[in-house]
Design a protein around this ligand. Structure first.
Ligand code: PMP
Length: 426
């Protein structure tokens, strides 16, 4: 399908000004001009149902957050070298959602910086360098975290201090997957020790977003315990899974039953305002702080703290984890019903409002169908519903709507997908 002239002009301007490293969504890119709740609006006024953007987790342009940002910006915006109470009030609130052992928080601007800091602390405290991650993990953009991001090709080739364990593919792998990951972790620890690096940490996205969205409880329990038993740290990357996304609990790591040493978070923390953090055991920070200093100019600034606090207000006041559970369960059930009509749906999985839908050539044999997945993403876009794909085979629909979704949004999504799959099968 062609795009209009205005869009064409924007695409050309963008390429000439921003260069080639950025990617656009969809064969027919969209020029967005406004957002409201679960909706986005393009330049011609068309309305899109956002089923993908997990940053604006409590809805686009939520008035309570917009208001908090605007008010604070009009009064003071400064950094962590002055005393302030809003950062401490927020710290108390967020730490209260964590296991007791995790008693300190440090603020950054992005998830990448939070993971970068987590790795620095882990390496400092263990005096080791090795890191274990899952097969297609993504942990961010800095040099250090791109090296532990196989989905970026490790920012080059796999560095010698990095080892991977399998993506916990609950659809294709047989047997006890948690035990498989534990065994692979023990093997990786042995290799890192033999190579002279030792193991500093296992870093894991607790819902395996880029590995393909795997939501079975306990998948990480053995691996996390194994790395801790070897004297390494378990770093739970909650950038995707955190803040009620997975439903009944605020944090994805709760599904795996092991308390992390460090928890990192970002994306939905300020509902679109850049604020992120690393939460950790105070003993670790005491050790790190003895020698290292850390000042992040914008991390934890006054406006960011206002945005983060307002986001937490909305999550609590609107009961969004419970809503994610309720609407997510309904969503999965409706998608599972679609399986009876469409043989190309191999698997539907999810926790709260983070769903993965596996598209296959035929259900027998579970052969991944990335071409179909890409057609579905673009076809849904043309029906003005926004999603994308993920996973090792690129065939998993990644569905992460705002946590404010209601049944009517699910119905709109499922009915559109149903009719699209019918058309594509023709
Ligand atoms: N970890 C995970 C699991 C992520 O999904 C992302 C962002 N996609 C990051 C870390 C990096 O966060 P940021 O883009 O804010 O640096």
């Amino acid at each position: 399908g062609a795009v209009d002239e205005m869009t064409e002009t924007l695409i050309r301007r963008r390429q000439s000004l921003l260069g080639p490293a950025y990617r656009l969504f969809y064969e027919r890119p969209i020029h967005m001009v406004r957002g409201e709740g679960p909706w986005l609006f393009d330049a011609s006024g068309e309305r899109y149902l956002d089923a993908y953007n997990n940053v604006v987790s409590v809805g686009h342009c939520h008035p309570h957050i917009v208001d908090a940002i605007a008010r604070q910006a009009a009064v003071l915006n400064t950094h962590t070298r002055y005393l302030g109470d809003s950062i401490l009030d927020y710290a108390e609130r967020i730490l209260a959602t964590m296991p007791d052992a995790l008693g300190n928080i440090m603020f950054t601007c992005t998830g990448s910086e939070a993971n970068d800091l987590a790795l620095r602390v882990a390496r400092h405290c263990t005096d080791r360098k090795g890191v274990i991650v899952t097969q297609l993990a993504y942990h961010g953009v800095t040099q250090a975290v791109s090296e532990v991001s196989p989905s970026l090709g490790f920012g080059g080739e796999r560095p010698p201090h990095v080892r991977t364990i399998a993506a916990p593919d609950t659809y294709r792998l047989e047997g006890d997957i948690a035990e498989l990951l534990a065994a692979q972790t023990r093997q990786a620890v042995a290799e890192l020790e033999a190579a002279g690096y030792g193991v500093a940490a296992l870093m894991c996205d607790t819902i395996f977003s880029s590995d393909g969205v795997f939501t079975t409880r306990g998948l990480l329990s053995g691996a996390a315990a194994a790395v801790q038993a070897a004297g390494g740290l378990y770093i739970a990357d909650e950038v995707q899974a955190g803040f009620g996304r997975t439903g009944e609990n605020m944090w994805g790591f709760a599904r795996h039953g092991v308390t992390p040493d460090i928890v990192t978070m970002g994306k939905p923390m300020g509902n679109g305002h850049p604020v992120a953090a690393a939460i950790m055991r105070p003993e670790l920070l005491a050790q790190f702080g003895e020698r290292a200093r850390y000042f992040n100019t914008f991390g934890g600034n006054t406006v960011s703290c206002a945005a983060a606090a307002a986001t937490l207000d909305v999550i609590e006041q609107e009961g969004l984890p419970a809503n994610a559970d309720k609407v997510g369960a309904y969503f999965r059930q409706r998608l599972q019903t679609l399986m009876t009509r469409h043989d190309c749906i191999g698997d539907v999985r999810g926790a709260g409002l983070f769903l993965g839908l596996e598209l296959v050539s035929a259900r027998d044999g579970k052969i991944p169908n990335a071409t179909l997945a890409s057609r579905v993403v673009n076809g849904m876009r043309d029906k003005r519903i926004l999603i994308s794909t993920t996973g090792i085979h690129g065939n998993v629909l990644k569905i992460r709507p705002p946590l404010i979704w209601q049944q009517e949004h699910v119905d709109m999504f499922v009915d559109s997908l149903d009719s699209l799959l019918k058309d594509l099968a023709r």
